[in-house]
Design a binder for this molecule. Structure first.
Ligand SMILES: [Zn+2]
Length: 466
């Protein structure tokens, strides 16, 4: 069996930091031993990677991506091929994407369609959540089957009436089913019915620029929906995972639920930590680059999100990667912000942006790995195969240079999108080498991976319940 040794690095996991060598056999990590110890010295391998001066970290787990998502008459511009390749460049080795049930169709049809898109095209490993857009007796029954085969989380929307929206009764039924079968309910928590009224009023008053996207999607309507989702979950006796939390008041609802001892979890995204309504208000139509839902919030919310990541009131940072090109896609909303496709690129940038937060002293190194690798893996039933470096884990390993400097730019990124939301941002830290199940897929400036290396990952149920 092919053996690789990673020598001399600082192994950083969510649990510990140690100067250790890592032995990989085939696709798995098989041993760690102290750097320079007799045990480590005795290892022989075909391949030796010199990690002196580098961090040796688990590959990133991005639990929220939308490759090729149909939205607003167009498609997210990254395919599973381009998007997973870009993820690898950025040190992410697993994504969990969202298969979509269309209204009037079964979960099975949606899931099959997403398998078809991903199969044979991914550079890194992938799993699926299921978007539940049509809660019926049939689709509720199908949830049990999906959980049994490794699709163990279901996203519901309190927003987007007429597309993905579920009313409170449907949400309650899905939560009750999830409480029974172990499926974790993920919630897009914004009051979409109220938002649509404000959208209509804004457009009628001639307020059509991108920045009004942020204004009509009021913070209060995120907080209200988050509160309602928590109460519905409590009635159902179900755990709840709130996706892309952006408002400080929504964080407060999650924190309050957690103080009651409830299994309520929250995810935020780099765009909410690093960008703000200032970006949405950029001159001309530039603000369209930053249109996503939940929307970017005023700058002062950022401190609350960082605080929640430190205290544990928020547990995961995923990207909600859903790129649309500025040219030809975001432009669909010129003169009407409600027609701007919602979504930002980011799958390639997440590990670096969060490392920058380590450099700036916002979070520790171990917390970086916790929120970006270990906890998303546990939350979605992939641990310890993914999310850590330990004997028996998949050899998804990143050699990360904490001192290298880089500037984020659309000129140099690998995502299939014509702009960067972080254009010009300087980052300390850079991916050096990436292994996916023991295979080197990124080596310095070379991509050595291939479409089809990435394998579908059936998942266990949530491993994060209190
Ligand atoms: Zn999403």
């Amino acid at each position: 069996m092919n053996r690789t040794v990673i020598r001399g690095g600082l192994v950083v996991t969510a649990a510990e930091e140690l100067h250790a060598d890592v032995l990989i056999e085939g696709e798995k990590v098989v041993a760690l031993a102290s750097y320079g110890s007799a045990a480590a010295e005795s290892w022989t391998a075909e391949k030796v990677l010199d990690a002196r001066g580098l961090y040796v970290i688990p590959g990133g787990v991005d639990a929220h991506t939308h490759m090729e998502l149909p939205f607003g008459g167009t498609f997210a511009s990254d395919t599973f091929e381009t998007g997973t390749r870009a993820a690898a460049w950025g040190g992410t080795t697993t994504i969990v994407d969202f298969a979509v049930q269309s209204v009037g169709s079964s979960l099975r049809e949606g899931l099959d369609a997403w398998h078809e898109k991903a199969q044979g095209n991914c550079a890194i490993d992938y799993g699926f959540h299921m978007i539940l857009a049509d809660v019926t007796e049939h689709s509720l029954a199908e949830m049990d089957l999906l959980v049994a085969e490794g699709v163990t989380s279901f996203k519901l929307f309190m927003a987007y009436p007429g597309v993905f929206y579920s009313d409170d009764g449907k949400i309650l039924r899905a939560m009750q089913r999830g409480a029974d079968n172990g499926g974790l309910i993920m919630m897009h928590a914004e009051n979409g019915i109220a938002i649509d009224v404000l959208v209509e009023q804004a457009l009628a008053a001639g307020r059509t620029d991108p920045r009004y996207h942020g204004e009509v999607r009021r913070e209060l309507l995120e907080a209200e929906a988050t509160h309602r989702a928590v109460k519905l979950a409590q009635v159902a006796g179900a755990p709840l995972y709130v996706v892309h939390v952006s408002a400080a008041s929504a964080v407060a609802e999650i924190a309050a639920a957690r103080r009651q001892g409830l299994d309520v979890f929250g995810e935020t995204c780099p765009q909410y930590l690093f960008l703000s309504t200032d970006n949405l208000a950029e001159p001309g139509f530039e603000g369209a680059k930053y249109v996503c839902s939940t929307p970017l919030r005023p700058r002062e919310h950022q401190a609350e999100l960082w605080k929640a990541l430190r205290t544990g009131d928020l547990q995961v940072v995923s990207t909600d990667h859903c790129p649309f090109c500025f040219s030809g896609q975001k432009e669909l909303g010129r003169g009407d912000f409600s027609k701007i496709p919602n979504g930002l690129p980011g799958v390639e940038n997440r590990m670096d942006l969060l490392h920058q937060a380590v450099v700036e002293g916002r979070i520790s190194r171990r917390r970086w790995i916790d929120i970006a690798c270990a906890t998303p893996a546990r939350m979605f039933g992939l641990y310890p195969r993914k999310g850590t470096i330990a004997p028996g884990a998949d050899a998804d390993v990143v050699l990360y240079d904490p001192a290298a400097r880089q500037t984020i730019s659309a000129e140099t990124h690998h995502m299939n999108v014509d702009y960067s939301a972080y254009e010009g941002k300087e980052i300390t830290g850079k991916v050096r080498t990436v292994l996916s199940r023991g295979t080197v897929v990124i080596d310095g400036d070379a991509y050595l991976g291939r479409a089809g290396h990435g394998r579908y990952q059936p998942r266990a149920t949530c491993q994060y319940l209190a």
